[in-house]
Design a protein around this ligand. Structure first.
Ligand SMILES: [Zn+2]
Length: 45
């Protein structure tokens, strides 16, 4: 289920994600380029 839209500020990747994926990206960085990202990279879907 899509809960958030993630847009990477580094590589521009746009991904529709759910809550657990958001937590994982905040912990591990962008799944594409590994750049660290913050709350501002997520928008409610
Ligand atoms: Zn990225």
């Amino acid at each position: 289920m899509t809960e958030y839209e993630f847009t990477c500020p580094e590589c521009g990747q746009h991904i529709e994600i759910n809550g657990p994926m958001r937590t994982a990206i905040l912990s591990n960085g962008c799944p594409i380029c590994s750049e660290a990202v913050g709350d501002e990279s997520f928008a409610p879907a």
